[in-house]
Design a protein around this ligand. Structure first.
Ligand code: ADP
Ligand code: MG
Length: 427
């Protein structure tokens, strides 16, 4: 937002969180070797914090005085950004905190968001250090755009219920198993997914459960229409294109709204959630009580112990090889899994593969995915739908579900997209 950034003090301060164990364990030397001088030349002062353990970044961001920072940038794989986003959403002032511009520098083995923003910038696919340099350049440019987040509810209700915020993916079956099993191949970097895929193909299995979703075309946008006079979003700045000022990084942290079809202003829809719910009418600084659930309400979901609403589609099959929900284009540096996705299309791109697919066909699908060509193979076992919410109820007591590549509690899960809830330095 132009007004906000014209007020930002200079020099702009970036908090850079780096996981030294991500990827091949070289994130720190990659940073000093490839990015540090770029930031210096672009006049982007930064404080580097090397994380000491899992959840260090999440705790730090949860407690931080965010007025001290103009952007939070992570150098790691997707797992560290997952920590940062959930740290921001843990806060009582989540609504303001999640407006903090985020940035990503690929230093991990799973660099899906970095590959996605590189792709959105219109660049040809690259890997490893080249991807890092590309993302370093985007960071120096400093254009901020909206990023969709998905709220993920785990557990069948009651006290064990857990809510997470996800920026990338929700996976069950083949992809989730590869995600977790391949962690032991982290030393080979991004190639860990190729190795993991081949290993999993050898022991291909079927996963049983119930899947349902709310198709995007039938979903009404929640809350009043964005043009409704009652829906004034006073607190959260709306994404307006703003000319880049020549005064360096801070003034070039401008918000850019992606193109969308008329009547589909998802960012305003988020404002409307807040306006339509008394719990979210609090003014800035007027913090909600500790018991108030964090984050916008999930207006499309009903409790997990109730049947899905009648406008949802219940998938007839119950035998799957994988279920994969994506909200960005790339699942890994070389897996262009959701070619239609954009940063804030307000959509969950849902893929599932029905049981009965041969190993050879599944391998062909993954090979085609490198170029985003898997949908064009017209594989009868692969189903793709654009949805706004979904529910998955695995039948087995044990198994693996991943959110943004991270292991989460196994069991029934449901999720809903919140268009443009976060902001990301990209373009
Ligand atoms: P990669 O892509 O290599 O897996 P991630 O950024 O996804 O890299 O990080 C992997 C895991 O390490 C995540 O679960 C993250 O929360 C965790 N983590 C972050 N910092 C540290 C640390 N200093 N030591 C150990 N684990 C960490
Ligand atoms: Mg998307």
């Amino acid at each position: 937002n132009g007004i906000m950034y014209s007020e930002v003090r200079r020099p702009c301060r970036v908090l850079l969180l780096l996981n030294p164990h991500s990827g091949k364990g070289q994130a720190l030397s990659l940073f000093t070797g490839h990015v540090q001088h770029m930031l210096q030349e672009a006049g982007v002062p930064h404080s580097l914090v090397v994380t000491e353990r899992q959840n260090h970044a999440r705790e730090l961001v949860r407690e931080a005085d965010l007025s001290e920072w103009d952007a939070l940038v992570i150098m790691s794989g997707d797992g560290l950004l997952f920590e940062v986003i959930n740290g921001l959403m843990d806060r009582e002032d989540w609504e303001e905190a999640i407006q903090t511009p985020l940035g990503i520098l690929p230093g991990g083995s799973g660099n899906a968001l970095a590959a996605s923003i590189h792709h959105y910038a219109g660049s040809q696919p690259v890997a490893s250090e080249e991807l890092l340099v590309s993302c370093g350049f985007l960071l120096c440019k400093g254009l901020v755009a909206r990023l969709d987040l998905t709220s993920v509810c785990l557990g069948s209700g009651g006290p064990q219920q857990q809510r997470l915020f996800s920026f990338l993916s929700l996976a069950w079956g083949f992809v989730a198993d590869v995600d977790i099993e391949s962690e032991k191949y982290r030393h080979v970097g991004a190639a860990r997914f190729t190795v993991g895929t081949l290993v999993r193909l050898a022991s291909l299995r079927v996963y049983q459960g119930k899947l349902a979703y709310l198709p995007a075309e039938s979903a009404e946008s929640p809350g009043p229409s964005p043009t409704s006079p009652s829906s004034s979003p006073p607190e959260v700045p709306s994404p307006q294109t703003h000319a880049t000022s020549p005064h360096g990084f801070c003034s070039s942290l401008v918000c850019r709204s992606s193109q969308r079809s008329p009547g589909q202003n998802v960012t305003n829809t988020f404002h409307n959630y807040c306006n339509s719910n008394n719990a979210f009418k609090a003014k800035r600084g007027d913090l909600a009580p500790a018991s108030t659930p964090r984050g916008p309400p999930d207006s499309l979901l009903v409790p997990l112990d109730q049947p899905v609403p009648s406008d949802w589609t219940v998938v007839p099959e119950e035998d799957f090889v994988l279920v994969l929900a994506m909200y960005q284009s790339h699942l890994a540096e070389d897996l262009h899994a959701a070619p239609n996705s954009t940063m804030e299309d307000g959509l969950i791109h849902l893929f599932y593969i029905k049981a009965g697919i041969s190993r050879a066909t599944l391998l062909r699908l993954f090979l085609a995915m490198e170029k985003g060509a898997h949908l064009a193979t017209n594989c009868p076992h692969l189903v793709y739908a654009k949805v706004r919410a979904l529910r998955l109820e695995p039948y087995s007591a044990k198994g693996t579900i991943t959110v943004d590549g991270e292991l989460v509690d196994y069991g029934p899960v449901q999720a809903q997209i919140h268009g443009g809830l976060a902001r990301l330095i990209a373009s």
